[in-house]
Each structure stands twice: as C-alpha cells, then as structure tokens.
Write a protein that binds this ligand. Sequence first.
Ligand code: PMP
Length: 443
Amino acid sequence: PAVPDMDAGPAPSHLFYQSRQRRPLLDRAQGVHIWDTTGKRYLDGSSGAMVSNIGHSDPVVLAAMRAQMDKSTFGYRLHFENAPAEELARLVAKLSPPGLDRVFFVSGGSEAVESCLKLARQYAVATGEAGRFKVISRYPSYHGATLGALALTGYTTMTAPFAPMMHEMPKIPAPTCYLDRDTLSMDERGRRYADMLEAEILRQGPETVLAFIMEPIGGASTGALVAPDSYYPRIREICDAYGVLLIHDEVMTGAGRTGRFLAGEHWDLVPDLIALSKGFAAGYAPLGAMVAPGQMVEAVMEHGGFIHGYTYAGNPLACAAGLAVLSETVRRDLPGHAAKVGAVLKDRLAGLMDRFPIIGDVRGKGLLLAMELVADRNTLAPLPPERMAAARLVDLAYDRGLIIYWRRTRGGYVGDHVMVCPPLILGEDQIDEILDPLEDALT
Ligand code: PMP
C-alpha cells in the first residue's frame, strides 16, 4: 500500500511541504544509494542537502544508536547531562582550532547560527559593549530559516516574502570575483572584497557592530564559491582591528565536506564562533552545535548565564549518533578521502566543459563542488531566469537516477548552479554513476 500509483497521479496528501512538486516515497538507503518504494535506485549526488557525509545506513552508526536507544533517548538538559554529549563535545573541541573548546548542542543549522548570535550579543553586554548589536553578513548567503538567521541571509527568494525583516542587518557582497576580473589579479580582488567589510563597519559605526558572519566557502547560495586566498587573512585582520567577532557558518562546509574537518582550516583561519550541523550528524539525527571559546562562555556565565536553549538539544540519542558519525569520520579519514576523490570528480566535471558550453565554471573544494550554468562562458552572462536551466538539469538527472541540488540565487548576483556533493565515502569507481547520467541529462 505504500507504493504510489504514479500513473493515477499522486493521492491527496495531508503533508505540507514547501513545493507542490510531489516526489516518490523514500524506501531505503545504503551507502551512496537510495531506493524509492517503486524499487528505483538513485545515486545520492548531493547527500540530501549536503548532509549524508558518511553515507546512508552506516552499520557502526546504527549500532551505536541502537545501543543508546536501549538505554535512554531523552533526558532534559536541566535535569541530566549525558555521556554521549560529553564525549562528543570533547571530540569536537579536539578537532576545532585552539581556544574554541566549548560546545553547545542544538538540533539543526538555523539553531546553531541563532546560538552564535545570542552568545555574541550576551558577550558584548557582559564585557561593557552593549552598543554592539549589528551583525554584518554577505550576499548571496544562506544562514537559516529562523527569523534571526534569515535576517542575515542574502538571498531574496528566501527573504522577500517576509520583508521588511524584523531585524534587517547590513550586508556586503560575497567574493564572487566577478568584480574587475579583467583588470585585477586574484589577490587584489580578494583584498578588495575583504575591504568592503571595513567600509561597511565604518559606515555602520564600529561601536555598533557586533559580528561578521560568513560561510568560509559559499554553500548553496553561491554554488561552492571559494574566495581568493588573500581574502581570508584580511577578513580576520579587519575583525580584530574593530573588535568585531568573526562567526564561521560551517553548517554546510564543516565535518569534512571540503577536505578538512573545518573549511576555515584551508587558510588557518581561527574564527571566534563556529556553527555546525548537516554532516555533523550526517542525517542520522537532528543535531547541530555552536563551538565557542571558554573565555567567552565564562564571561557570559559570570554575567547571569546564557539565556538560551532548545528543548530537544543535546539529547543522548542525537549525541550518540553524532559521536558515532564523527568518530568514524576521523577513524576513516573521510576529510582526506573527500579531498582525494573530490579532486578526481572535479576534474571529470571540468572535462564536461569541452562538450557543454552551457557550463561556465566548475568549482569548489573536496566534495563541495558545483557547476555554474551560463549563457556565455567568456562573459559569464547568466541564462534568462525563465529557462530555469539548473532546475531542469536537476529534474532530468533525477529521472536518470542521479540526485543533485540546484539553486538560482538572486540578490546582487544572478546565476544558475547545481551542487554535486555526494557522500564523502564515494569511491573513485562510483564516479561514473554520477558522470554518466549527468552527461546524458546535459545532452
Ligand atoms: N547555514 C548554512 C550555510 C546552510 O547551508 C544551512 C542549510 N542549508 C543552514 C545554515 C540552516 O540549517 P538548517 O536547515 O539545518 O536549519
């Protein structure tokens, strides 16, 4: 009875999702593959939404979850602490940059971002800087669906229905590198983009600016855009010069996706706060985290405590799942594997450019990869929006058993891109399972 009769049209559903487009019913998943209830097999080429880093139905993770389920699944944080949370926090601290040694658990990426904002704000108040409340972000960007995180999001498709935002926040362009690409070197462009942060801090008044938030490598909003190397140290320098906290939203880039545990590691960049989710528990449980310096946490605790928390956060079952995922990520060196197989996959995707002029760019790091679709590769002129090129490519790939992920970002930047971000366990011998249907869909 669970098998829908596709020919008869979808049965009426009481589910309320974002889109009217009905998808088949999920049946089971294993490794990099997913089956629907009609028996059709898909290669999960986007890890859901860049989530399933260690693949589906990993036996070690499932065994750890079953063992925890037999003991307890929930204990309210004000009543009990729990061993999986304690151990997972220790492991996250060990994997994070020096000084970032306190971990606050949440149930998803938006909650992780909100937690960073609220801790930063309480820290400013605790240290006599109560005038600082503005958080500068970038466009395009995505930081979450909750109203605080949405106020930082530079993606008008997501924000326009709610405008004016309750807390509109200043934004600067993300380093899309389209600026002066004919006249400036990469290095100069990186610095010039970073300098926009300084200009914005000065425009707002440095004494009012609390933090700057960025995805170290743009996620779905920019299509895996990596800034020039010169961007990163300059951003840290500017934040330090004006006492502005640097928040890394590593919800999509963290937990090994880009070839390092954290994307900031590519540039030895040490932020003040980090938001994690998605690959952190890799789809096995709703879990996220804020990673913070002990000194910041202590200042807030001494000033009346952190007034923040979520009912389900840090529950033993979610933490047992996260602990197993992260332990396996380390034991199997999945970030290293992602770097290696990602380089091969990126080369193969770039190879498609010979045959398909619609591909304007192939970019990313590790297994956070994207292809941008353009009208003209030389000028990178975008395709007409009504063509919905990336969306159509994703649908054609879906028909061919390949799941990829599309975005068409408006808001200072127009582009169609598809994310190709399979689980980090993808074998080199499985790359054809992505390339063949993708090539066919492109054709
Ligand atoms: N930040 C980034 C960079 C994200 O990619 C996302 C999710 N796409 C979020 C925050 C929000 O995470 P969630 O959907 O789990 O709330």
